[in-house]
Design a protein around this ligand. Structure first.
Ligand code: SF4
Length: 176
């Protein structure tokens, strides 16, 4: 971690990784105080979707070095649009359930160097993957409402608010 004497942007690259929750809260309080006192913007990089939702206005979800979804942080859990975002949200433990089987994402994450060319990088792990997903890389497009963007997948369409259509059986389509 490093500090510039007069920054306008605070870049926090996984500042709480491997910290216990108490120390994590202390670090986040310091960063948030710095940000507020100095009127800084903060770019916060983390593997913790819950933490991102707690402190970030908007969150970009990346897979294999590519942005797959950018949205208001609160929407990522309640209304995920990309299958990877939905799978990440579903993999989090539910502390309200006494018996709850975790929903792990099959396979392992790919680095940007391992991503297959000319197809969706998430296809090897996506339960909705079909032939069309391996025919081309999905494009980055804007969403209705402005200010957010998403790399829609072959199956992408906006789900009803509050639903998580990617955790149910995929609707098969013959083309994008
Ligand atoms: S394009 Fe296909 S493989 Fe990729 S995330 Fe969408 S459904 Fe899954």
């Amino acid at each position: 971690m490093s500090l510039h004497p007069g920054p306008r942007l605070l870049l926090a690259d996984e500042p709480t990784t491997a910290l216990d929750v108490t120390t994590q809260a202390e670090v986040m309080a310091i960063l948030d105080g710095l940000r507020r006192q100095s009127g800084l913007a903060m770019l916060f990089i983390t593997h913790d979707l819950e933490l991102a939702a707690a402190i970030c206005d908007r969150t970009a979800v990346m897979y294999a070095g590519q942005i797959v979804e950018v949205r208001g942080s609160s929407l990522l859990h309640s209304d995920p649009l990309h299958p990877y975002t939905a799978a990440l949200a579903a993999a989090r433990p539910d502390i309200t359930q006494t018996t709850h089987r975790l929903r792990a994402i099959p396979g392992r994450p790919l680095s940007a160097f391992e991503a297959p060319a000319g197809e969706c990088a998430f296809a090897p792990r996506c339960t909705h993957a079909g032939d069309v997903c391996r025919a081309a890389v999905p494009d980055l497009v804007g969403l209705d409402g402005g200010g957010v963007s998403l790399r829609p997948c072959a199956r992408a369409s906006r789900p009803a608010s509050g639903s998580n259509r990617w955790l149910r059986a995929p609707a098969r389509r013959s083309s994008r």
